[in-house]
Write a protein that binds this ligand. Sequence first.
Ligand code: ADP
Ligand code: F6P
Length: 319
Amino acid sequence: MRTIGVLTSGGDAPGMNAAIRAVVRTGIYHNVKVMGIENGYNGLINGDIKEMDLSSVGDIIHKGGTILKTARCEEFRTEEGRKKGINVLNVFGIEGLVVIGGDGSFQGAQKLSQEGIKTIGIPGTIDNDLGYTDYTIGFDTAMNTVLDSISKIRDTSASHGRANIIEVMGRHCGDIALYSGLAGGAESIIIPEQNYNIDEICRKLIKGKSRGKLHSIIMLAEGIGNAFEFGNEIGEKTGIDTRVTVLGHTQRGGSPTAFDRILASKMGAKAVEVLLNGKSGRAVGIKDNKLFAMDIDEVISTKKEFDEEMYELTKILSI
Ligand code: ADP
Ligand code: F6P
């Protein structure tokens, strides 16, 4: 394999740049030409492609976002759109493709694989919603960004004796809410994977207040519903002054944590090595601190297991 391509797709995630850097530098180390494809599958269809060199990935390991830019591309969901992309790969002589993205991007990669393109996925999404891997690139940074916000909200919340609802991202996955909620000492964590009872949450708030608690934090995963409606209901039912903070895209930005930089560097290098060893149609993952490359069909069909034990722990620690 003499030429490979790399693209980032779907929502950006901190650490994508570190992954791009690792792909480019590992490729060049093995005397392979690396082409950077801009704007995800859109750029693949439109031929937004340039050769990367050692310095084109210099000074990016610490930067959030993605230097290749990213996009969501409806056309790529169609066979016609993918055909255009495959033609572009052929025109540029790209023999293997590294796709950095989430679940949707992997479905695109799976289709390319089925159409004979040598493809390998790297999980890049803050959501941590891919069941085959313990961690996705960007999750740790997003969780720490949320934790920083929880700490700040705690200060003002305690001064006013308020309850705060903090809405976080994650689509249908509650990991950002669950992990940052445990680390931030939240009173309640409302996530799509678990049923909740609003009256129970309210009772807990009232009990907390009556034993002298100065503030309460309720983590709400975006997949659940409207945070402001929750805020109103909780405020009305408890009589506690309640505020709502929607953290939004702050969670997607910022310098990646050491964990994400290391994960991205290892996964980027592994992806290239797997391709150069003649394997494709896979995605790189990590389980029990061990890297592996799994068949993309299995990757996509692996359901995410909910960490029941962790959820129970958050309940025990917030009685
Ligand atoms: P993420 O990769 O972060 O989950 P999306 O779900 O938005 O993000 O998917 C990113 C892109 O992947 C989509 O805009 C589309 O171009 C491509 N994609 C998603 N699902 C499919 C599919 N079933 N077939 C082909 N391409 C897909
Ligand atoms: O998949 C990453 C993510 O940030 C989700 O958590 C969120 O639901 C979505 O993307 C937001 O997407 P957009 O970039 O379109 O606002």
